[in-house]
Design a protein around this ligand. Structure first.
Ligand SMILES: Cc1ncc(COP(=O)(O)O)c(C=O)c1O
Length: 394
């Protein structure tokens, strides 16, 4: 018998036939937030000219204010983008580099963002220093030491994750940002899994650039993300799309704002729903996002333990290096790089058992992994069911 989700599932429209254990890839937006997006869309379409001329910028300011308070960021450096990939690209494609400069990237990085580094590296003749980090480790030091050890006099940038995508590792990003930047290396923090999954204090972090998604762990509609640019990096960082703002004669802050807020006609409604998303999620529990993060973290850990036990393996990292996602290895099953038709086990779990969980080869470790996520709507019985099915099918 397929298990039920938690009682909070009533706030979402997830398919009841599916055991949804992959919040991490694209999030999942509650009904009330979708209704708010529809409301704003209808309002926009009632007079699009009035909306864009008189309301859009002010509404974006309000959303920016709420998000900045949520992650303690300076609203003057906060810009919106559609997703973390475009945030990363905005930074990388603004850099003026020289031949021989070095950029550090850990081998747990999200491939699309790593590709963006490859792209600019070949354009400028820059060396990419890929740091091999272990999948299994006993302490943060095993992550921190090799990364800092890769710094040379030519290192100009390190791209660091808050939580890694393939390996679900909660990176010691606070320490890494501090240590890299105190050695003169700017950090681009990839917080695609950032707000709502790990506590974030951008003012304290003081990273040169932080980009993150709201459509994952804040459950905002798809296409809501941010790029926060530290004051001293604002002049050199330009939006991916050059538009009207480029030629206007305004103060530097007004120009910065206009250049990022107006990149041509776009649907801003996902971004405008960020405040509603935070409010909606917080209304589901007593203790706000602290409680949500704690709940999801403890469910992910319980689920990881029972899956590891059932598969006869040990949890690959200490509990402190896990947030609301956990990756588990499937030893002895790696058979090469990604198949464009999807991993056969992933397809089988979905098609035969209705379980939505990513299974994928990770060529950088020559391993095959699966990754679970935990959110308010999940229940431990769903992972027990996955464990049972895995036992019979691998
Ligand atoms: C670490 C990391 N960076 C970047 C991204 C890209 O996010 P998006 O597709 O929203 O641009 C992801 C997506 O899962 C991710 O996990």
């Amino acid at each position: 018998m397929k298990p039920d989700r938690s009682l909070l599932e009533k706030h979402w429209s997830l398919n009841p036939e599916i055991i949804f254990l992959n919040h991490g890839s694209f999030g999942a937006t509650p009904n009330r937030v979708m209704e708010e997006q529809n409301r704003i869309r209808l309002h926009l379409e009632s007079d699009p000219v009035r909306f864009f001329e008189r309301e859009a910028f002010e509404s974006m300011n309000q959303a920016r204010q709420v998000l900045s308070e949520f992650i303690n960021a300076n609203p003057d450096g906060m810009t919106f983008c559609q997703n973390a990939t475009s945030g990363v690209n905005t930074v990388l494609r603004s850099l003026i580099l020289k031949k021989g400069d070095e950029i550090i990237v850990p081998n747990h990085s999200y491939q699309a963002c790593w590709n963006a580094i490859d792209f600019i590296a070949s354009r400028w003749g820059v060396k990419i220093v890929v740091v091999d980090l272990p999948f299994r480790c006993d302490s943060e030091e095993e992550i921190i030491e090799p990364l800092l050890g890769a710094i040379t006099s030519k290192t100009v940038l390190a791209m660091i994750d808050t939580v890694t995508s393939p390996t679900g590792l909660r990176m010691p990003f606070e320490k890494l940002v501090r240590e890299f930047q105190s050695r003169g290396v700017d950090v681009l923090l990839d917080a695609a899994h950032g707000p709502g999954i790990v506590p974030m204090d951008l003012s304290k972090l003081d990273a040169a650039w932080v980009t993150g998604n709201c459509h994952k762990w804040l459950c905002s509609p798809k296409g809501s993300a941010f790029l926060h640019i530290r004051e001293d990096k604002k002049k050199q960082t330009k939006p991916l799309t050059i538009s009207h703002g480029h030629s206007v004669d305004l103060s530097s802050q007004e120009k910065f704002r206009f250049e990022f807020d107006w990149q041509g006609t776009r649907d801003p409604t996902a971004i405008l729903c960020i405040p509603k998303s935070i409010e909606t999620l917080e209304s589901m529990v007593q203790g706000g996002f602290d409680e949500i993060m704690e709940h999801n973290n403890s469910l992910a850990l319980k689920a990881r333990n029972l899956l590891c036990e059932s598969l006869g393996t040990d949890p690959p990292t200490p509990d402190s290096m896990i947030s609301a996602m956990a990756t588990i290895d499937l030893p002895g099953t790696y058979s090469g790089g990604a198949d464009i038709m999807g991993d056969p086990l992933h397809n089988k779990l979905l098609d035969e058992f209705g379980i939505q969980v990513p299974v994928f080869p990770w060529p950088h470790h020559k391993m095959r992994y699966f990754r679970i996520s935990a959110y308010l709507y999940n229940a431990i019985e769903e992972y027990e069911y996955l464990a049972e099915i895995l036992q019979e099918n691998i």
